[in-house]
Design a protein around this ligand. Structure first.
Ligand code: GLU
Length: 336
């Protein structure tokens, strides 16, 4: 069932994966999450995703949960958690629960791993060259090495005990098909793309994929809004949900990514797109929100806009098909 949702201004569909049609009325039991990784200060591209996620939630009466994804310890920089929270507030974003800090409690991930082991869906593996990379949130442009099923061990343990080894999920052949509310149907063959992927890392923490699935389930998340570099991860997360017997389903909204003038996903290499940089130059948040509104097609030109105005005017319908590019004119307009 596909229909125009008057509230969201988006084309909604029940989806192959969804059990029931997405309701057209806002309901207080819908929950979304903001899930920043404190591996570096937030930049304008992150800001677009968080501001849009916030506006969709506040418009539709979804509850907002803030989760800090800090399990990728070597990449987490001191002070960045506090700075991230401060930047979100400065942007005018608020939330209803959290911040939940993933590293504070690893018990739920251990329990999930025990369940997967009992079902004989995982195995320890010290073979691969790509273990560490597999375990991060993969960003667009990362190349992953497929883990061939022939590398699996002959037997699978039924207890999760060796916490200092990588563990992989057994991925069966076949496509996962899910509906993205913005991009439409997404057929993804995880087996062909990456094969058995890492769910627990030899660093003694869950991989990004496992942590997200466990945490989204615990928080009762129903609506996931994030950049389209994570579309492939969604298929892996759906596989993990099935393996864990999680019956709940989510709606997915994968947003455009802001790119630098070189066409690559916005990052520190592009001059200095950090929000902190513009704050330190005295740029008002209305300018930052105004630029995001321009990128989102919410307004035709760069004009300052308050978070409340953005919330009132934002519609998914105007989101660009192509990723917005952060140009020199954008930077000049911000710093005028
Ligand atoms: N922590 C991830 C990031 O900052 C987002 C993960 C997610 O939304 O699932 O890229």
């Amino acid at each position: 069932m596909v229909g125009e949702n008057p509230v969201l201004g988006c084309c909604l569909a029940g989806g192959v994966y969804a059990q029931s049609p997405v309701p057209t009325e806002p309901t207080p039991d819908r929950v979304t999450r903001l899930a920043p990784s404190p591996t570096g200060a937030l930049h304008l591209g992150n800001a677009l995703a968080f501001v849009v996620n916030w506006a969709m939630a506040r418009k539709n009466n979804w509850r907002i949960h803030l989760r800090i994804e800090d399990l990728d310890a070597p990449r987490v920089k001191p002070g960045v958690i506090e700075q991230t929270i401060d930047t979100l507030r400065w942007l005018g974003i608020d939330w209803d629960s959290g911040p939940e800090i993933q590293s504070n409690d690893l018990q739920p991930y251990h329990e999930a791993m025990q369940g997967l082991a009992q079902a004989r869906r995982i195995y320890p593996c010290s073979r691969s060259r790509a273990e560490i990379r597999d375990a991060r949130a993969p960003n667009e442009g990362d190349t992953e090495i497929r883990f061939d099923p022939t590398l699996r061990p002959a037997t699978f343990p039924h207890i999760f005990e060796d916490l200092g080894t990588n563990w992989r999920l057994i991925v069966e052949p076949g496509e996962i098909v899910f509906r993205d509310e913005l991009l439409g149907e997404q057929p993804i063959d995880v087996d062909r793309n990456v094969g058995d992927f890492v769910v627990w890392t030899k660093g003694g923490v869950p991989s990004y994929q496992l942590a997200v699935v466990v945490d989204d389930d615990r928080a009762g998340v129903t609506d996931i809004v994030r950049g389209h570099d994570l579309v492939e991860s969604t298929a892996r997360q759906i596989l993990l949900m099935r393996a864990l017997g999680i019956g709940r389903t989510s709606a997915y909204w994968h947003l455009p990514l802001v790119r630098g003038a070189d066409g690559r996903r916005l990052a520190k290499r592009h001059d200095d797109p950090r929000i902190e940089h513009y704050r330190s130059l005295g740029v008002d948040r209305e300018r930052v929100i105004g630029l995001i509104a321009y990128w989102c097609g919410t307004q035709p030109d760069r004009e300052p806009m308050s978070p409340a105005e953005f919330l009132g005017r934002f519609s998914c319908d105007t989101l660009p098909k192509d990723d917005p590019v952060f140009t020199r004119e954008d930077d000049e307009w911000l710093t005028h």
